[in-house]
Design a protein around this ligand. Sequence first.
Ligand code: ARG
Length: 459
Amino acid sequence: DANKMWGGRFAAGPAAIMQQINASIDIDKRLYAEDIEGSKAHARMLAKQGILTPADGKAIINGLDAVKAEIEAGRFTFKTALEDIHMNVEARLRELIGDAAGRLHTARSRNDQVATDFKLWTRRAIDEVSAAARDLVAALLDRAEQHAGTVMPGFTHLQPAQPITFGHHLMAYVEMFGRDLGRLADCRARLNECPLGAAALAGTSFPIDRHATATALGFDRPSANSLDAVSDRDFALEYLSGLSILAVHLSRLAEEIVIWMSDGFRYITLSDAFTTGSSIMPQKRNPDAAELVRAKAGQVIGSLNQLLIILKGLPLAYGKDMQDDKAPTFAATDTIALCLAATAGMIRDMTVNEARLREATKGGFLTATDLADWLVRVLGLPFRDAHHVTGSIVAKAEAAGCQLHELPLAEMQQIEPKITTAVFDVLGVDQSVASRKSFGGTAPDNVRRAIGAAKERFL
Ligand code: ARG
């Protein structure tokens, strides 16, 4: 049979394979609430403008509520023959209320309809992802508070560098996730223009009120250009970019969790709740959740690339290519939600092995920079000379198999005769971190202040 929506020009129905490639209902049924919300706003506006009779407007709105109730009760049959969510909803509306349903699509096209629905969906997704990211930030802040003064080695090149605190390390991620929240907020603000009323591409001759529908749907204003309104998907690109950067941050934290859990480090332990065993090796405890968060960044970045590639080179205005915008956006959203929740779970679950972290600060001559700084500050050496002297002292300690503060003063004086016992004041790791008081530095008091400020900024 010819299609009910456009059967006027068509004598026959589509080939089975045409229907299969064309239908999007399995994916876009997730837009049902947004579709109905958009249609109700449109119907109300049409009635207010006298384009629909009050009776038809009322019938349509009540009918749409009934359709929504059926979907939410699981009593709705989604039909592939009806292609997408928009036509599924409208067809059911016609079954429920009769011919008045046919008036809903006045001064509207599926092109502005789907752009509106997808923006509404993405706006809500931004709010939900942001709430989940805030929950992760809250978990990090809690653990940072507990460990504002817990010393550990800081690394560059994954080689021991200088002492830091575990709290300071976690706060670095709080800053990253804070910027991710900012990017999502920026995206939300730019997205918030309403495409509805752009119709197919050129606008409409009906006396519609686009400002009214925009306001009713929580948009700041209607989009300014009808062609752009139906062709714009950069809000989805921007959202997926934000999710991709967030996923990269999550994967870096996940990698550190894997490293910290490894036998060579043993900085943290994850409980039974966040680890798995091996089917053959009875002793194993593996950080699978962290490994999967690390891996799933690939899916999110892949989704961004997928949509970038779909959109590049598309002529204005709408092309059916754009129907494929939803699958990657939905998939990336689901993946990020999973990764944020799993990461917050791990952060709350982990036991921080403070004794082991302190033990680790004994290797790697972490206070060598403190020694060089002392030579500059107290003896007045140029930093480059102080660097050289310190290097020689490190070599001596390495040969003696001891830490810097365990090297006898006489040994140091062989390298630089003016060194005094006062040097021992700066060679301990606690003194080292306490001295890093410059703004943003690792001193425990700084870290506590940063935690207080972050609560204001991000929660
Ligand atoms: N399912 C379509 C989509 O998601 C709706 C828009 C269809 N518009 C059209 N002119 N065929 O993009």
